[in-house]
Design a protein around this ligand. Structure first.
Ligand code: ATP
Length: 209
């Protein structure tokens, strides 16, 4: 995996949030640190094709702006605060993801079992607790086969046991050659997950820590 961002500028109105010439990463697990409002979510939204920006984003030479469908099929993005229609059940949402990403039922079953969500799949999402909703979003992000997983604050609201399961899943996927970009305010437990690089956004630029 090779992700390259060039000549990036992102503004909300007249407020410039990101402005840098180049940022590159190769395969690995990367942690994006930083205080509130530094632009982590904005960076993730740019890379996952969720917000307009000036500049170029390439994943394995696939240009986000020129080949958006191909590009997006290589990335799976989990938002910090996932929002889904409240009137659908967990199962309906997962079936939708499975159809789009051509995943097998057995893959979904093993993810729902892992995060102990199988018993709640027939409930409407509106009845889920915030931790259950977060776990459902983590299951969604792991459905299908992509090159790069982008996890925005994956540890918020989930319990320690679920965090440990998430760490193990990240390691397993990484051993299969998948890459991760993870933002977290909480320290990532180095004994449980070894990262290949730590970055921070400072003065609108992504810097290595
Ligand atoms: N849709 C938007 N419209 C206007 N300003 C925005 C929008 N989204 C983000 N911003 C602003 O851009 C800046 C960066 O926000 P962003 O959410 O990317 O930061 P963050 O590092 O993810 O923050 P946090 O850690 O608090 O989630 C902030 O000043 C924020 O107010």
């Amino acid at each position: 995996m090779n992700l390259t961002l060039n000549n990036i500028c992102k503004k909300y109105g007249s407020h410039t949030v990101l402005e840098f010439d180049e940022w590159k990463i190769n395969s690995g697990i990367y942690w994006l640190k930083g205080g509130n409002g530094t632009g982590k979510t904005t960076l993730f939204r740019i890379i996952s094709g969720q917000t307009p920006f000036e500049g170029t984003v390439l994943l394995n030479e696939i240009n986000l702006k020129k080949q958006p469908t191909n590009f997006r099929s290589k990335i799976s993005y989990a938002e910090a605060e996932p929002q889904y229609p409240l009137f659908v059940t967990g199962k309906e949402l997962l079936n939708f993801y499975a159809a789009i990403r051509k995943a097998s039922q057995s893959d979904i079953d093993s993810l729902t079992d892992l995060f102990e969500m199988t018993a709640y799949l027939n409930q409407k999402i509106g009845d889920y607790s915030s931790g259950m909703l977060k776990k459902l979003s983590l299951i969604c992000v792991f459905i299908g086969d992509v090159s790069l997983y982008i996890l925005d604050e994956p540890l918020i609201t989930i319990d320690t046991a679920s965090a440990d399961k998430l760490y193990r899943l990240i390691i397993e996927k990484s051993e299969q050659g998948k890459s991760f970009l993870i933002s977290s305010h909480q320290e990532i437990d180095a004994a449980k997950l070894k990262v290949d690089g730590v970055f921070v956004i400072e003065n609108k630029k992504v810097m290595i820590c």
